[in-house]
Design a binder for this molecule. Sequence first.
Ligand code: IDP
Ligand code: MG
Length: 151
Amino acid sequence: MAIETTLILCKPDAVSRGLVGEIIARIERRGYLITAMKLMQLPGDKAREHYGEHKDRPFFGELVDFITSGPLVALAVEGDGAVEGMRQIIGATNPLTAAPGSIRADYGQTIGRNLVHGSDSKDSAARELKIFFEANEFVSRKHDLERWIKG
Ligand code: IDP
Ligand code: MG
């Protein structure tokens, strides 16, 4: 067992289209546990920090404008191999090449409006979770983990 926590964002397009419940349902159905959750509008400085790895890419400005354009829902998601598992549920970056059954394939059309963010590694998850949550905003799902995941 390698219990990990990853950062998931329901981006502003997901909130605007009313798809947050659908996304959370898929996370819960997989058996992952939500340990923190927040509806917020991201300030520009945090958006630039979150997407720092893309700062030299031509789409960086658009990316920051979009992620700060309206409310998003940030989630900390815990489970066995949750970083890779959530990337699988979300699907490839471009909805056109995302696997059928993934969120991006089922609900997305374009790379710039692909609905969900998921951390791409354990190191990214640790870095990104700190941008969105304070330590005291996480709850323990220890008992659910024991009952449903480790059981
Ligand atoms: P990921 O979200 O699948 O990890 P990244 O390569 O980290 O993909 O890119 C971050 C976000 O930037 C993507 O989710 C997508 O919305 C946007 N993006 C990535 N590549 C492009 C592009 O070529 N044009 C426009 N937007 C892009
Ligand atoms: Mg990424």
